[in-house]
Design a protein around this ligand. Structure first.
Ligand SMILES: Cc1cc2nc3c(=O)[nH]c(=O)nc-3n(C[C@H](O)[C@H](O)[C@H](O)COP(=O)(O)O)c2cc1C
Length: 240
């Protein structure tokens, strides 16, 4: 039993397991709008997500107006251009000391926002090579209630994943979009809080874009295997 691989047999999967394994983030959508009724069903499963103390620290905005979607694209791209200046502090052979200093400072003040992994995407968005909402006709914006018990970000994540899996089960594709949270940073926050009607205690944490994919995603993406330690009566073992 020691070091055993956890089994994954598609023939035994439940609908929920299938959705968990087969769902993919889609970054190219058809223009065709998703029926309002399907979006309502998606929202309803988000509403029923568990949360600490059942405090439900979320609120949803459904954006289907192409003008607003275009404005989000434009403004997040602008923010990425600003960020790119600091993140790419070494440009070719040129070392830019001010940008380096700011990058060091921001990395310490905002370790999650300055994580290196999303930063290849910052460059792509800034250069117009990657869309923010990927051309999806609908975006569900998840607002977090800052007063939520314990860890409202976690609750919003659980709620969002309910919606993502429901969308998958309805034959729709989705992509989480964390970059929209740049709209809540000054100076964009002054414009966007007013435009979207966001005020305390709410803040925009994530978006999920929803639509019909241009093509089917190319299969399951493998994940890293992390050791799992089990404690059974009288013994302890590891699986992967
Ligand atoms: C909280 C969160 C934020 C994300 N933000 C973005 C984003 O801004 N843009 C994007 O294209 N993908 C985003 N993603 C999608 C991830 O890149 C994707 O889930 C990951 O690469 C795994 O691929 P898969 O979803 O196809 O399995 C985000 C995912 C999560 C969970």
């Amino acid at each position: 039993m020691c070091g055993e691989q956890i089994e994954r047999d598609p023939n035994t999967w439940t609908e929920v397991e299938r959705a968990c394994f087969e769902r993919r983030s889609v970054r190219k959508y058809r223009a065709e709008q998703v029926p309002e009724q399907l979006i309502k069903r998606i929202l309803e499963t988000g509403r029923f997500a568990p949360s600490a103390g059942n405090c439900q620290p979320w609120k949803f905005l459904v954006i289907r107006d192409p003008e607003i979607i275009a404005a989000i694209e434009r403004d997040v791209r602008w923010a990425c251009k600003v960020l790119k200046y600091f993140v790419y502090w070494r440009k070719g052979d040129t070392f830019r000391p001010l940008a380096w200093l700011m990058a060091q400072l921001f990395t310490r003040l905002m370790p999650h926002e300055m994580h290196p992994i999303p930063y290849s995407a910052v460059g792509l968005i800034a250069d117009g090579k990657l869309k923010v909402l990927h051309g999806a006709p609908t975006a569900i914006l998840i607002l977090k209630d800052r007063r939520g018990a314990a860890n409202p970000d976690l609750d919003c994540g659980i709620c969002g994943q309910n919606m993502v899996l429901t969308a998958y089960s309805l034959g729709l594709s989705t992509c989480w979009v964390g970059f929209v949270s740049l709209l809540m940073k000054p100076p964009l926050s002054f414009i966007w809080k007013r435009r979207l009607g966001i005020s305390f205690p709410y803040t925009l944490v994530e978006a999920i874009c929803v639509g019909y994919p241009v093509a089917e995603p190319n299969g399951i993406v493998e994940r890293e295997t992390h050791a799992v330690t089990w404690f059974e009566p009288g013994r302890r073992f590891t699986t992967y």
